[in-house]
Design a protein around this ligand. Structure first.
Ligand SMILES: [Zn+2]
Length: 222
């Protein structure tokens, strides 16, 4: 048993991925500690993370490290939409040949393309299959060549859990953050129950939300 204050075991890191964030493969020197819940399909573990991904991940631990990963990617995508749009609207050559010739726009051309490249690489970064002390995590969906984490609820198919959470919070005007935390606590299999609780408590204050979550947490500990 690890001591209470010690972070969980660090996953194995391939040689060529040393010092890279597991989420976006940017250089990093921090770790995300993922403590398991009763419904978590893998042991508690730590993965290397850059400060930006770490911050996002902590808000959206969800029901497994892989769900968490999808949520981080979603958030990065939303955050860098403007940078990513450069590549949609321009090719590098077009940008070079464009008439932005004065000094200011010349700088824009270069940095805009660079920002696009970085954002794209971070979005596409695959991390690596997780193992601890050489033992592959058997529930790792990406071990089986899956590209996404399908999630189905009420006959609707989603590419991953965060997409489902977004869909239901938009459709029912629920607090997205609260629903995310409820799902994190209750697990995927209780998605319907999480929605029910979010609906019942729709519009309550943040303090009240925290109280509800704390009570649920206590129930889970028993
Ligand atoms: Zn990162």
């Amino acid at each position: 048993m690890p001591e209470a204050n010690q972070p969980p075991t660090l996953v194995d890191i391939p040689f060529d991925k040393r010092h890279l964030c597991w989420f976006c493969e940017e250089p990093c020197n921090l770790h995300l500690s993922y403590w398991r819940m009763p419904h978590t399909p893998h042991p508690s573990l730590s993965v290397p993370a850059c400060s930006e991904c770490l911050k996002i991940a902590k808000q959206q631990l969800l029901t497994s490290i892989w769900d968490c990963r999808e949520a981080v990617k979603d958030q990065l995508m939303a955050r860098y939409q403007k940078d990513l749009a450069i590549g949609v609207n321009w090719t590098e050559q077009e940008l070079q040949e464009s008439e932005f010739d004065c000094k200011i726009f010349g700088g824009f051309k270069k940095s805009a393309w660079m920002m696009y490249q970085i954002a794209k690489q971070r979005m596409n970064a695959k991390g690596w299959p997780l193992s601890i002390d050489g033992v592959v995590l058997e529930n790792d969906p990406f071990q089986f060549g899956k590209a996404s984490l399908d999630f189905e609820f009420d006959g609707l198919q989603f590419t991953h859990l965060t997409q489902a959470i977004k869909h239901y919070s938009d459709a029912m005007a629920l607090d997205n953050g609260f629903l995310t935390q409820l799902v994190t606590l209750l697990g995927k299999d209780n998605f319907g129950h999480a929605i029910k609780l979010a609906r019942l408590n729709n519009g309550v204050t943040k303090t009240m939300q925290q109280k509800i979550l704390a009570e649920l947490m206590e129930d889970l500990d028993q």
